[in-house]
Design a protein around this ligand. Structure first.
Ligand SMILES: CC(C)(COP(=O)(O)OP(=O)(O)OC[C@H]1O[C@@H](n2cnc3c(N)ncnc32)[C@H](O)[C@@H]1OP(=O)(O)O)[C@@H](O)C(=O)NCCC(=O)NCCS
Length: 280
């Protein structure tokens, strides 16, 4: 793996650098080159910060730590974005393969979008991954290291939390064929299962209970089961000061595996033939 980069030795070099980060000069040419090589691998999709293996989220800590080392090494660099002047530590992507990108999209180097993804004006953080056929609609914010599968629909204004600050053990994961309704927020390592539909305005973090409306059973905290429809709701909670409604997610329907909800059908018209490599 890795077009000329020996990933195994790069991993041990970065693990060593991470252990000794308070003792060694992080600005040395070797340290800068090692971090840059790791970010380059992330940028071209040859490695990813986290992936699903046998249904479990596996985090590759050395890649997450490479991003943290980059933050330590980098100093704000001036740039110009239309009429706006910026001073930013993490550069933008400079080339993208086969992805439809609208003006106003801000895509960081070190993130990867598979060919066939569509990116409207939105912000895509470092270390994140977006699968083929996924639509990132306007004003979506994809936090650092969030992992988004294939044929996902992230509706307008959706917010997906990052893994860097505050530091999270797990990234947000949105699995293949999921549909995230407008202005929904998924944070703190929460996970939306394959084919699941999250209704508009939902809030999901690792502590939000997901409750089955048919049985009242709490199915999980922070995980929407695959092939379900979940909408934002509240549950009464007793406190010394009275009874208050705290947010939860209510699973109101179970879909058959592979079934797409009528209100979540994808429209091929927006997914055009991917363009050739674009230099941004
Ligand atoms: C979840 C959704 C798909 C509806 O699913 P559905 O299976 O057709 O369910 P229904 O419309 O029959 O609604 C079932 C119940 O959930 C409630 N409900 C539906 N969506 C809800 C939401 N987003 N928030 C809170 N409650 C919701 C309905 O009011 C209804 O309650 P009722 O039984 O008392 O009438 C739809 O409401 C939704 O949120 N779609 C996403 C829209 C969107 O974000 N589009 C993107 C545009 S860019």
């Amino acid at each position: 793996m890795g077009n000329g980069v020996d990933v195994t030795s790069l991993q041990s070099e970065l693990e060593d650098l991470w252990k000794r980060r308070d003792e060694v000069p992080l600005q040395s040419a070797e340290a800068v080159a090692a971090v840059d090589a790791a970010i380059g691998l992330l940028d071209t999709g040859r490695v990813r910060v986290a992936e699903l293996l046998d249904g479990e989220v596996v985090v590759h800590e050395w890649l997450k730590n490479a991003i943290l080392l980059l933050y330590k090494q980098a100093s704000p660099q001036p740039s110009q974005f239309g009429p706006f002047r910026c001073a930013d530590k993490i550069p933008l992507k400079s080339a993208i393969d086969g992805v439809q990108v609208s003006p106003g999209a801000v895509i960081r180097r070190g993130s990867y979008q598979e060919p066939g993804a569509v990116v409207m004006p939105s912000h895509i953080g470092i270390g994140s991954y977006v699968g083929e056929g996924t639509l990132v609609d306007s004003w979506v914010g994809i936090g650092s290291c969030a992992q988004i599968g294939r044929n996902v629909h992230l509706s307008g204004g959706v917010g997906l939390g990052g893994m860097i600050e505050p530091p999270m053990a797990r990234p947000v994961v949105i699995e293949d064929d999921a549909f995230i309704g407008a202005r929904s927020m998924v944070y703190s390592g929460a996970r939306v299962g394959e084919g699941a539909l999250l209704g508009a305005g939902a809030l999901l973090t690792d502590t939000i209970p997901v409750i089955d409306a048919a049985t009242g059973e709490e199915l999980s905290r922070g995980e929407v089961p695959p092939w379900t429809v979940a909408v934002p709701a509240s549950r009464p909670r007793e406190f010394a000061g009275g009874t208050f409604g705290l947010p939860c997610l209510l699973v109101i329907k179970h879909l058959k595996k592979g079934e797409r909800h009528d209100k979540a059908k994808l429209n091929d018209a927006v997914r055009t033939q991917p363009p050739a490599t674009l230099s941004l």
